[in-house]
Every structure is written in structure tokens, then in C-alpha cells.
Design a protein around this ligand. Sequence first.
Ligand code: GLY
Ligand code: MN
Ligand code: MN
Length: 434
Amino acid sequence: MADLPFSESEYLTRQKNVIEDMPSESVLFIPTNPKSIRSNDVSYPFRASSYMLYLCGWSEPDGIFVARKSSGKWKTTLYVLPRDTKSEIWEGIRVGVEGASQGWPVDQAASITDLEKDVMFHIQGCSEIFTIEGLNNELDKILSDVDTSDAKKLIDGHRVVKSPSEIELMAKAATLASNAHILAIESTYPGIGEWQIQSIVEGYFSMNMSQWSYPSIVGGGDNATILHYKENNCIIEPGNLVLVDAGCEVEGYASDITRTWPVNGKFSDAQREIYDLVLRAELAGIDACQPGSPWISMHRATSRVLAAGLIELGILDCSIEDAIGEENDFNGPYRNFFMHGTGHLLGLDVHDVGGGRQGDDDPGPILKAGMVVTVEPGLYFGSWRNDVSIPERYSGIGIRIEDDVLITESGPVVLTADCPKEIDEIEALVGSNR
Ligand code: GLY
Ligand code: MN
Ligand code: MN
């Protein structure tokens, strides 16, 4: 096998688990992601589809993984770009058909130029055809006249619980992201630019042959109250907090971590009150990551702490029941300041498959040993808000604390535990590398 992140037997087990769920006469087509144009003849860096990485580790552009099942047995084929010296001189050396057949966990490889004629052959006699639409125009066109089923439904359930070797990679990604945050905290000073913190974090990723798993969020002061802030182009004034939500990938597996700290190294009383509340909520959320618990238990745990704290601080003037809203609803007025979900599954995608996202129709999975989730409560008091009343004392504060948590039979294990989050630890660390 080529130098892939997992053993051949691990890939073959994944394939078997998926294909066993298919009808006895059926076929599965998994295209990888398309290349995407940035401008004229410049493409964005290519990132293979997580489904492709999961099933066979193929990371070049333009691959299609096919599993044809017949009489209950199956054969896998990987369609790849053939070797072509003229293109390779410009774009890099390809694995090619022979390389793919020898080094990748498939029964055979073929040229992608044979796809059209082979698809007709593969789909003949099938009672069900599985694919992922919208990624490969040519495949979509060829399959446009037949009924297809969504292959994601077949695969997602298998991706949710991570194997020991997946967990090892995720722990590496978590440690890298933790170290990047530590370096950023140590290097912070009043008046630093958000982009400078971004470059410290992402520079650390690059130095370690990694890259971000989603665009880094570096928001100072009010910018921390914009949940998907990504401009990262403001100076952070002395006395303000900075929120950094940044994670990286190792062999495609994501980490996702948020820390918030004062640029001058000392939380103000108001900042400290909110930080302490978010931290207590986060710890309660982590405690709720127990095998057998319903997905909502994390959100219940963080929400109760936040709602009670908002009342205690005088930000909400109501009973805890009214603050939270109806049980299982959790849509009370505390949501004016905590607008997102408590967490999500983490894996090959930063918002990984398996449900549990805010706004999903289904109630999310039951937590199981081997799942990796984020726990990320926050409170946001944008001074620019005109829809709610915010005490002047807290105006302009945005705080989120996010860790990556592995669920085990004996409870939660925080993969990002290397990165400090207690107030004293944070204050001691800010600027200590200058
Ligand atoms: N960074 C995206 C998230 O925290 O979900
Ligand atoms: Mn995040
Ligand atoms: Mn997250």
C-alpha cells in the first residue's frame, strides 16, 4: 500500500460496513470534490471529499470510487486521472492507474476517461444506485436518466464513531490547535492586529505541515460578537478581549478550538464575570458528554448554567424557567445572548456527519464511546445590537470557550486539554512570550 493514514484492513472494513448495507444487486459511486476556481486560471487548494478519504484515502482531484455489488459480493474500482507527462510537468506527478491499483485499497483501478462506458455496465441490473450528486458534473450527467439514492445516508452512520487510529489523528490535530492557541496567547499585546494573531496561529499550523480546517476567526472587542466573523483586519484596543476560534487538520481530521483572552493580560471585573459564567457552562457541558446520554443533554447542561448566571448578573429579569423557555424548547430569552448550538460532531469534517447540528430536524444521536464532539458555549453582548437591552457594563463583550471532547465508556476526555482556560492560567500566559 501507498503511505496512507490507515492500514489496508481498516479501509476494507469501512468499505465492507457500508457495502453490506446495500441491496444485493446495487452500485455505489463516490466522486471526490471538484477543483474550484479562485480567479482566471488559479484554483483554490484542493481538498478531497471526506467520503473519498474515508473509503479509500484517495486525495488527488478527479477520482471516483465505485463499489459494484452482485449476488451479495462486491468489487471496488477507483477511477483516476491517467499519467500524462505534459500535464504532470505543470501540475505534479500523478499516481496514475497502475499506481492506484497497486497502492490503494481497491480491487482495481481504471482511467477516468473510461468512466462513461463503464457506468453503463456498472448500473445494469441494479435495483439501487447510490451516489453523491453535485460534485462531478460528468457523473451527474451520465446518471441523469436513472433514479439514484443518496450515498451519504449509507455512509454517515459509519463515520460517527471513530476507530482508535482515527482518534489518534484527532488527538494530534487537537494538540496542534491547542499549541497554536497557546503561542497566540503568549504573543498577544495591547494594540495587536487581529490578522497578526491569525498569522501566528496559521503559521504554527503550516510549520507543523497542517492547515486550517475552517477559516480562522480572530475577533477583538465587538468583533467577537459576530459568530462567523472572518475579516480579521482590526487592531485590538487595550482593555478588549480577543476571541480566537481556529482549528487544523491532520490527515483530513479536524480540530476546532476557541479561547478568549484579554489583550492586556487582565480581565476587567465585567469580563471576568462573563468569562467565569461561560467557563462554568462549558465544564457542565463537558460533564454531560456521557455515553448513553441524548444529544440534547450537553445543550441542556450549558443552557441551565448560562440562564441562571444571566439572572444572577441582572442581565435577565425573570425566573430560570422563563429564561430557558419550555423544556426541550430552550428558546427563552437567554438565547438572545447564546444564539448557537452547544456543539457538533467532529471528524473528517469540522461540522461532521451524524446529526446534532442546531436547526436539524432530528433530535441528534445518542452519545456513544468513540464519538468526538465539540462543547462551545458562549455569550455575546454586541454593543451594536438594537434588538435587546444590554447593561452598559457588559456591552461589547463576546466570549466563547470551545474544546474537543472524546466520549469514552468512562466519560469525557478533553482532547484540547493542553490549552489553558482557567482565568489565572490565561492571565499568566498573555504576552509571556514577548
Ligand atoms: N469554528 C466553527 C465552529 O466552532 O463550529
Ligand atoms: Mn470553533
Ligand atoms: Mn465548533
